[in-house]
Design a protein. Structure first.
Lengths: 234, 234
DNA sequence: GCGCACTACGTACGCTGTACGTAACTAGGA
DNA sequence: TCCTAGTTACGTACAGCGTACGTAGTGCGC
């Protein structure tokens, strides 16, 4: 009966295997992989304890031997995808290296579209997250500043990438989720917006829409946001 | 039986009152206020259709006459708090005005800690959100740039504020939610982190922790992040 | 070899969003 | 003026959720 009490612990400080009892049937990596597979295919909402257990081929409650709370399952998932970051030998040009980091993070988030939603400093201390952070700091070796500033820079870049991709994904996801077609949705929203803007209450918004800038190049917007942030530090 | 079909519509383009049938017992504002009250007091997780209906004193399913899906309830909440933004006459100094906007947004998010979690471009077109956006653009009148750039600037400032406050809140919330004390939590996490860092695998992280910078002034960090972003545009 | 810590898992509880059926009500058109 | 169609109101029901708890069975450390 012991060992089931609510003891304060990060899941990473809990040993995966204690020695006593039957051999665990799965590793944490197995569990994380299963959860990530489900989230990638069917969205974060499909990740439930029952579903993950089903994927692993075990009873629902057995999962609680490995993962005491669902939040820990999220932590496992975040660590697993953090491990997908490619870590290279810093080039000596920290600006270029950080741009590369940002692009890789963005690609990672597009591969795992649930990632921005879980992004939080709470999950920032898993083993693979630490490895990633260390790599960012290594890229910043040529940048002459106290570590406090470097941390702020990394946080800023990560924040911008997260915000940006979250927006990309939210707009994309919404049209896929809704029970009516994308054209209908856009038409309704545009009609509403047009009515609002045409009311004359928002002259600058109206001017903004009238400003013919052609189709928005989202890629370029991302690039600009990134360089602006980095320039703010150089 | 008609009218219950899945018709594509933004809730804002659906009239609040059509004329036929009994007088509605509540306005959208009533519903939004109730939901916001619950979320402020007990967190976003406590906001359920049943709970809101209970707060309003009506049956659960009656709420669906006003709010077709739960996501629309969120949209009402976001609009309600967007209306709390103070809109002033622009001073002519767009830099100062945007800093003021950022501070107000941060204060707003601290008043409604669930706000960053719901932040998404999806909710960016409610009446009060449009009013807020128009105000930001008015503040940017002295900034000589195409509206596209102004929009990017506003998005960037909002993004930074959201990310920053989300982190503030996540760390604060976590300690309040957990079933053990803050000291225990911090001790466990620090012990784990210390063990990792002491392993020698993360030399720069170790150096960063060793760098004695005194207690971190979060207020100053926020200020720096803000001015850096604004400087990137000036 | 004994005992204990661990794994495994079924059952159950209270919660969620919401589809659907039914009854009461009221404003617009004939 | 009356009829009827569109709305409001709301109870019931269903599938799914996280997880507390009880009960077996298993194998390592003493």
């Amino acid at each position: 009966m012991a060992g089931r009490a609510a003891v304060p612990e990060v899941i990473w400080s809990r040993p995966e295997r204690t020695g006593r009892g039957p051999r665990p049937a799965f590793t944490r990596a197995d569990i994380a992989a299963a959860a990530v597979r489900i989230a990638d295919a069917e969205g974060l909402g499909a990740v439930s304890m029952r579903r993950v257990a089903g994927e692993l081929g075990c009873g629902t409650m057995s999962l609680y031997n490995y993962v005491p709370r669902k939040e820990d399952l999220y932590e496992l998932m975040m660590d697993a995808v953090s491990g997908e970051h490619e870590l290279w030998e810093p080039s000596g040009d920290w600006h270029a290296d950080l741009v590369r980091v940002a692009h890789q993070t963005r690609a990672l988030m597009h591969r795992h579209t649930w990632l921005p939603r879980l992004m939080s400093p709470v999950y920032g201390f898993s083993p693979n997250a630490l490895r990633y952070l260390e790599h960012c700091l290594a890229c910043l070796d040529p940048y002459d500043a106290p570590y406090g500033t470097k941390m702020e820079l990394v946080a800023m870049v990560n924040g911008v990438v997260t915000t940006y991709v979250a927006n990309e994904i939210a707009t994309a996801e919404r049209t896929r989720t809704l029970p009516w077609s994308e054209e209908q949705e856009n038409a309704t929203r545009l009609a509403y917006l047009g009515r609002q803007v045409a009311s004359g209450a928002y002259p600058r918004l109206a001017a903004s829409f009238a400003e013919d800038a052609g189709p928005i190049d989202l890629e370029a917007v991302f690039e600009r946001a990134l360089t602006r942030v980095l320039d703010g530090f150089a």
